[in-house]
Design a protein around this ligand. Sequence first.
Ligand code: HEM
Length: 181
Amino acid sequence: MSKVTDFPTSAKLLHWLSALLIICMLFLGVSMIQSLAPWHDSALRLHQSVGVLVLILVCIRLINRLLIKVPALPTDLSRWQRLAAKGSQVLLYLLMVALPISGWLMQNAAGLPVSFFGIFQLPLFVEASLRSYGLFRELHALLAWSLLAVIVLHISAALHHGVIRKDSVLPSMLFKFKSRK
Ligand code: HEM
């Protein structure tokens, strides 16, 4: 059976699109809590809708991941490096799902529905209560900072493979553009 050396285009597109959106959302979230300027309400509406888009993309990504063949890790990696790679991947997926859901529940606990770009509203899952609002808000912040920490580790590992080890891991997630002669 032939081995795959690259992620399929569907996986690359979903990876880079969700990475871009999540990094913008981390910056947007932090800037929102530091300002009550007139743009705060529009920023919050955008933050919620893009957060729901991230949740949808991550669900599509998980289904896609189950259907595609992915390249194997280099054979010379140690046991702990393999464990760290798998563990951080699982953690990334868990955080990418849990973070938007915690934001959704936080808004419900504040008595507010969550709208997706004004196209549809998500169902209300929890009753309005100040106590649950506080809890979900703290959870949302904790998950956001944990996701940032795992993303920093993920980027460091990718650069270690690409710049120091110069192996096949980083190129397997990059787009290859053929130069015209
Ligand atoms: C990829 C998904 C998301 C990311 C990366 C993200 C990130 C963040 C960050 C970093 C903060 C600031 C946390 C702090 O230090 O206190 C924040 C705040 C907040 N997020 Fe999210 N978030 C996401 C999804 C959502 C969703 C889906 C909702 C609601 C449906 C939401 C609602 C909120 C609210 C209400 C705040 C507090 C804003 C304020 O009080 O000014 N977030 N988010």
